[in-house]
Write a protein of this length. Structure first.
Length: 62
């Protein structure tokens, strides 16, 4: 993993954590979600991403 990609994932995971009210114990789910968003491209503004029970992304609505 390149340092730029890792930092991008770290920044996105942090933003996800903050947007969800800073819950404890969700760091792995946030990291997976951020990694997927970085790899696949984040949703466009105005679109929302649907999640499964574990918090993993399953699709984009918009």
């Amino acid at each position: 993993m390149t340092m730029d990609r890792e930092q991008d994932i770290r920044d996105r995971a942090h933003a996800i954590w903050e947007s969800e009210g800073r819950p404890e114990g969700q760091h792995e789910a946030h990291w997976r979600r951020a990694s997927a968003e970085i790899d696949e491209g984040a949703p466009e503004p105005g679109q929302t991403e649907t999640m499964d029970e574990s918090g993993a992304p399953v699709g984009i609505k918009g």
